[in-house]
Design a protein around this ligand. Structure first.
Ligand code: SAM
Ligand code: SF4
Length: 433
């Protein structure tokens, strides 16, 4: 049997697909070059917004009914057996805690098994380390350090699709990081819904302790982590980051709104001023510290003043990048029962205003870099321009330049031009060139 995995969503979904691929390859199955060549297609995706879920179903809808399709991950967990009542044909549903059964399920389907669902939650951490060759990148290695979420933000379906928080043992995290470093990965990204809430009771270790251990013992150039929840901020993190240059000075730190009144309605546990105080605390110690964020616009009850507070937060923090979303009511969540006071067109207008403001901020930030030299990790060769490569800076800026530096290596690049979404530059000769 051959398989093809289609992933929709964030880094966590990508890492889940890596785990699925690893399990199938370990069972002797081969990855197909594309959907048409595959005996079974595994669609693994996100359920955070209704639109994300619709995209997944329209993808499945394009295949003939004879094609075997497994829906896995968050969308599988959100839909469970209801998926079999939809117009699209699905053969099996595999939830977020049931990946370890994937090879057995694929084999059963190969023998003509009836449609079914594996969607139970488990309380234990399931140790699953994708082999280097099953991963989506040979440069950036994802490491799950926790699963699930206990926060129940009033708009969010994640606690219902990923279950309660589970933290991975410290020793297992260190082992995976060393495994990746040993195979030449240049950066590791620690993954979880609230990574800064990770802790291990047995050793008394906190998230800053984990970062310190990684920075001191694992030889990779950049250690990143995503996502940090502002309500779990620990001042020790600032100190650890200041002491270790291997920890990238860029944090994805979703605010969701700049208005304390809306944050309360969202059941976020911090205020605007607490959020800004954390940003200041980082920048007092590391003036060049960079942040990115997520924002939801049009949350029920968001007035003009609340929205203006969101815009002013963007201006105060000067984020490197921002993901902005129109609020989408989701099943099981508390906010789903709240009335949406604004017409859809007014919400979209707010979304565009936020995006325009942020594009201006990024352009200004990027122009400041012209003339300076930045360290860039080459992530790919340009698909269309011969001799050109694309890379990323420490703060995740896209940098384009002409270079022969191979993918997975670093270059020093002098920035010569800047747009809102990327930079251009010239590679500086290395000292020994
Ligand atoms: N755990 C992370 C946090 O607390 O920031 C984020 C997890 S969520 C998968 C990613 C982003 O999706 C959130 O930061 C939020 O901006 C957005 N999101 C979640 N639920 C949403 C909803 N119902 N409507 C619109 N955006 C939503
Ligand atoms: Fe969702 Fe809030 Fe948990 Fe993030 S912290 S996953 S937004 S419930």
């Amino acid at each position: 049997m051959t398989f093809f995995i289609k992933t929709f969503g964030c880094q966590m979904n990508v890492n889940d697909s890596e785990k699925i691929r690893h399990l199938l390859e370990s069972a002797g199955l081969a990855a197909a070059v594309d959907e048409n060549a595959a005996d079974v297609i595994i669609v693994n995706g996100c359920a955070v917004r209704a639109k994300a879920q619709e995209k997944i179903f329209s993808y499945i809808g394009q295949f003939p009914r004879a094609k075997r399709i497994i829906v896995a991950g968050c969308v599988a967990q959100a839909e469970k057996r209801d998926i079999f009542r939809k117009k699209v044909k699905v053969d099996y549903v595999v939830g977020t805690h049931q990946f370890y059964r994937i090879a057995e399920i694929v084999a059963e389907l190969g023998h003509g098994a009836a449609p079914g669902a594996a969607v139970a939650f488990t309380r234990q951490w399931q140790e699953l380390v994708p082999a280097a060759h099953s991963r989506s990148s040979a440069v950036t290695g994802y490491i799950s350090i926790m699963e699930g979420c206990d926060n129940f933000c009033s708009y969010c379906i994640v606690p219902f699709t990923r279950g309660r928080e589970k933290h991975r043992p410290l020793a297992a995290i260190l082992r995976e990081a060393e495994y990746l470093a040993g195979r030449g990965f240049q950066e590791i990204v620690l993954l979880g819904q609230n990574v800064n809430h990770w802790h291990e009771a047995r050793s008394g270790s906190s998230f800053p302790d984990l970062l310190r251990r990684l920075a001191e013992s694992v030889p990779v150039r950049w250690i990143r982590f995503i996502t940090s929840y502002p309500g779990y901020h620990d001042a020790e993190l600032v100190q650890v980051m200041a002491e270790h240059r291997a920890i990238a000075r860029h944090i994805h730190f979703p605010a969701q709104s700049g208005s304390t009144r809306i944050l309360k309605r969202m059941c976020r546990t911090y205020s605007r001023s607490q959020y800004l105080e954390i940003i200041r605390a980082f920048r007092r110690v590391m003036p060049g510290m960079k942040f990115s964020s997520d924002f939801i616009v049009g949350f029920p009850g968001e007035g003009d003043r609340d929205f203006r507070l969101t815009l002013s937060l963007l201006e105060r923090v000067e984020y490197e990048s921002v993901f902005s979303f129109v609020y989408s009511p989701r099943p099981h969540t508390r906010a789903a029962s709240l009335a949406q006071g604004l017409p859809a067109a007014a919400v979209l207008e707010r979304l565009y205003a936020l995006q325009e403001l942020q594009a201006g901020i990024q352009l200004k930030n990027n122009r400041r870099l012209i003339g300076s030299t930045v360290e860039v990790l080459v992530t790919e060769r340009h698909p269309k321009k011969a001799g050109e490569v694309i890379g990323r800076s420490e703060s995740y800026r896209v940098v384009n330049f002409a270079s022969a530096t191979p993918v997975g290596q670093f270059a020093q690049v002098r920035i010569s031009a800047a747009g809102p979404h990327s930079l251009r530059g010239e590679e500086m000769p290395r000292p020994h060139d």
